[in-house]
Design a protein around this ligand. Structure first.
Ligand SMILES: NC(=O)c1ccc[n+]([C@@H]2O[C@H](COP(=O)([O-])OP(=O)(O)OC[C@H]3O[C@@H](n4cnc5c(N)ncnc54)[C@H](OP(=O)(O)O)[C@@H]3O)[C@@H](O)[C@H]2O)c1
Length: 288
């Protein structure tokens, strides 16, 4: 088991770092709000560092899971950033959902400093992080990937190298495009069923076993019917992801009309006060 560091102990990072500690890794943590790092150490052991640089010193692997591109740059670059503390050959693994551009930018900076960089966004949400059953999509060099994959499997049920730097983020964009239209379709289906006077739980029970079944139907159908959204993957995070992938689509020429429309629907949910609601709250636009 290696000495590792984990930067960013939010909804996702905290349980992921916890799985690393339980697998026997010696984990140094950094969190911008230091109280969270101290609470994590009290619960999991390891050590808390005052800066990303301090956390990264002498670590074979430095993991991060922060908010967006700029948050990532702020923990990686500069005199207090992780790259300043990492030894030659060490690998930085980024679990933030960010742009493919920032992955390529930081991979080039790592290369120049004698380090390696893997972009590794995740799918599976808070529940997947807590149960150690995330799906991880990676971009980078095969040799660096092979070194970090065993550690990632502490909190993942699937982990795959998709291609060169940025390929993990591009794969996560495909994932989010596939989810966006599906959640709107599921919202319209439940909305229609209610108007038709059907027993929605019975409807979901039967149709989930047929061609309409999906992870969203299994895991969100009941709570959408009950209009419960105070958990899960926040609308404001989804809008960040949609902004990133719509910009990428403008660059690569992909047509994403439904995804762009769903982004606008999510802005309606934000205007309703739902920025922190789960993404299944798309149905609230139809029901309220
Ligand atoms: N939640 C999900 O279901 C889910 C699923 C898949 C992917 N993701 C992605 O995973 C990433 C993290 O999500 P999350 O739900 O864990 O978010 P979160 O609970 O809001 O945690 C964000 C973490 O990033 C830190 N951070 C933010 N800005 C920073 C900055 N400028 N400098 C240093 N640290 C900073 C925060 O520190 P503080 O504690 O100081 O605020 C916190 O530790 C996001 O990219 C998200 O899109 C989330």
């Amino acid at each position: 088991m290696a000495n590792v560091a984990f930067l960013g102990l939010g909804v996702m990072g905290s349980p992921m770092a916890g799985h690393l500690a339980r697998k026997g890794h010696d984990v140094a943590v950094f969190n911008r709000t230091s109280a969270k790092a101290e609470a994590w150490v009290a619960a999991n052991g390891g050590t808390s560092a005052a800066t990303p640089r301090e956390a990264a010193i002498d670590k074979k692997i430095v993991f991060a899971c922060v908010g967006n591109d700029d948050d990532l740059r702020s923990v990686v670059l500069g005199e207090d950033g992780a790259f300043a503390g990492m030894a030659t050959g060490a690998v930085f693994v980024d679990h933030t959902t960010a742009s493919a551009e920032v992955a390529r930018e930081l991979s080039a900076a790592a290369d120049a400093a004698g380090l390696r960089f893997i972009d590794a966004p995740v799918s599976g949400g808070q529940a997947g992080a807590e149960s150690g059953a995330l799906t991880v999509m990676c971009g980078g060099e095969p040799a660096a990937y092979a070194e970090v994959e065993p550690a990632i499997l502490a909190y993942a049920k699937a982990c795959r190298l998709m291609g060169p730097s940025g390929s993990g983020q591009l794969t996560k964009m495909v994932n989010q495009i596939a989810i966006a239209g599906l959640v709107q379709g599921l919202s319209e289906a439940i909305h229609f069923g209610k108007r038709a006077g059907l027993d929605i739980e019975a409807v979901l029970d039967v149709i989930s076993k047929g061609a309409a079944g999906s992870w969203q139907m299994d895991n969100r159908g009941k709570t959408m019917n009950a209009e419960k959204f105070d958990f899960g993957f926040a609308v404001e995070w989804m809008r960040k992801d949609l902004g990133i992938l719509l910009a990428e689509g403008r660059r690569n020429g992909a047509h994403l009309p439904v995804t762009a429309l769903v982004d606008q629907f999510y802005s309606d949910v934000e205007a309703m006060g739902g920025g922190r609601w789960d993404t299944s709250s798309l149905i609230a636009r139809l029901e309220r």
